[in-house]
Structure formats: structure tokens, C-alpha cells
Write a protein that binds this ligand. Structure first.
Ligand code: NAP
Length: 181
């Protein structure tokens, strides 16, 4: 599969924090709305821990095939009952997601968490990254992957370089898009 069909999507602080204690340590509803709009109708791939971080009432994420990667075969039955499609590797998850695409223009979105982003960048599986920068200093235990500037080009920020929108919660944020060059 061409990496052009695969995107990464996450939110991080300027220090690269994406998670803390199994959740996201900020509240920016505008980012959740953006995530919903960008991924609507597209398959999403996530690690088992990210799946578990979603409130039960929100999973599977509606209107999207939810592919969950786990190496633990014993979990697959329970995950399937909860509405996930399981895969035992990231490559198999991409094949599964591809098989569920009805519109050839759809993107397959890899939506975390830290372990899955790291593997996807390491293996060069994605052609695009949608990164929301949350301008807060917070302690975390899970980090965004490094996007090597020799391989990844910032092609746009919805707010313009250096500008921030302010969330209804008061937190500054901006949406950035990177392309694998
Ligand atoms: N800020 C954001 O945008 C964002 C987005 C998503 C998640 N997060 C945060 O990230 C944290 C979770 O990330 P995480 O790194 O701890 O976990 P994760 O990447 O969500 O899930 C890791 C689990 O996925 C499975 N897995 C990973 N790679 C696999 C592979 N190649 N093949 C098969 N299974 C594989 C394994 O499950 P088994 O143990 O079952 O084998 C592994 O334990 C949470 O705090 C969450 O809130 C943040």
C-alpha cells in the first residue's frame, strides 16, 4: 500500500507530550471536533491501550471502522464484542483498513498511541501527519514521534505561522499539517 493513503493524527504539547496516565492531559474540545471531522468516514487504527482510553460510550468511534492492534490473541474476542476489528500487527491493520475503504480517496488514519506512532514513523508507513499543538506545559508519560525535518515538511498551519487559536477552555492551540517528502 502506498504511504500516501495513510495519515498520522495526534495532539501534543510543544514538549511532545501526547498522554499521561492513560489519557490526554488537557481539554480542548475544538481538537476533538477537528479529529472527528478529519477522520469521518475513514478507517482508524489504534493501539489496544488507546482503545481502552476511549470512554466506553464513545467506542467504537462512530462512522469509522475501528481497527485495534494487539499482540494478545486472548483479547481479540472481547475487543470484537466491543465493536473493534482486531489486527495482530500494524501491517495487518493497514491491510484490514484498506479492505474496508469504499472510497478510494479515503485516508487511513493511525490515531495512536505512542507505541503505534513510533512504529509507524520508524517503518515509514505514512505520508501525512496532522498535528495539533496544545500550547501548555504538562507532565506526561507518552510522547509523539520525532518527525525528522529532512523527511517531513510542514505544509501548513490553519492559524498561520506562530499564531494560536484559543480554546473555549482558554488553552492556546493550532493545527499543523506535515507531508512526508
Ligand atoms: N494526544 C493524542 O493525540 C493521543 C492519541 C492517542 C493516544 N494518546 C495517548 O497515548 C497513550 C496510549 O499510548 P501507548 O503508547 O501507551 O499505547 P498504544 O500505542 O495505544 O497501545 C499499545 C498497545 O497496542 C498494541 N500494539 C502496539 N504495537 C503493536 C503491533 N505492532 N502489533 C500488535 N499490537 C501492537 C499492544 O497491545 P497488547 O498489549 O494488547 O498486545 C500494545 O500494548 C494514552 O495516554 C492515550 O491517551 C494520545
Amino acid at each position: 500500500m502506498s504511504r500516501g493513503a495513510v495519515g498520522l493524527i495526534w495532539a501534543q504539547t510543544p514538549d511532545g507530550v501526547i498522554g499521561a496516565a492513560g489519557g490526554m492531559p488537557w481539554r480542548v474540545p475544538e481538537d476533538l471536533a477537528y479529529f472527528k471531522t478529519v477522520t469521518a468516514g475513514c478507517p482508524v487504527i489504534m493501539g489496544r491501550r488507546t482503545w481502552e482510553s476511549l470512554p466506553e460510550r464513545f467506542r467504537p468511534l462512530p462512522g469509522r471502522v475501528n481497527v485495534v492492534v494487539t499482540r494478545d490473541a486472548a483479547r481479540t474476542g472481547e475487543l470484537a464484542e466491543q465493536g473493534a476489528v482486531t489486527a495482530s500487527s500494524l501491517e495487518k491493520a493497514l491491510e484490514t483498513a484498506q479492505a474496508h475503504i469504499s472510497d478510494a480517496r479515503s485516508t487511513i488514519w493511525i490515531m495512536g498511541g505512542g507505541a503505534v506512532y513510533a512504529e509507524a514513523v520508524e517503518k515509514d508507513l505514512a505520508g501525512m501527519a496532522s498535528v495539533t499543538v496544545i500550547n501548555e506545559r504538562v507532565d506526561g508519560d507518552t510522547y509523539a514521534p520525532e518527525l525528522d525535518p529532512r523527511r517531513w515538511e510542514l505544509i501548513g498551519s490553519a492559524q498561520g505561522a506562530g499564531n494560536w487559536d484559543i480554546s473555549e477552555t482558554g488553552t492556546p492551540y493550532r493545527f499543523e499539517t506535515y507531508r512526508r517528502v
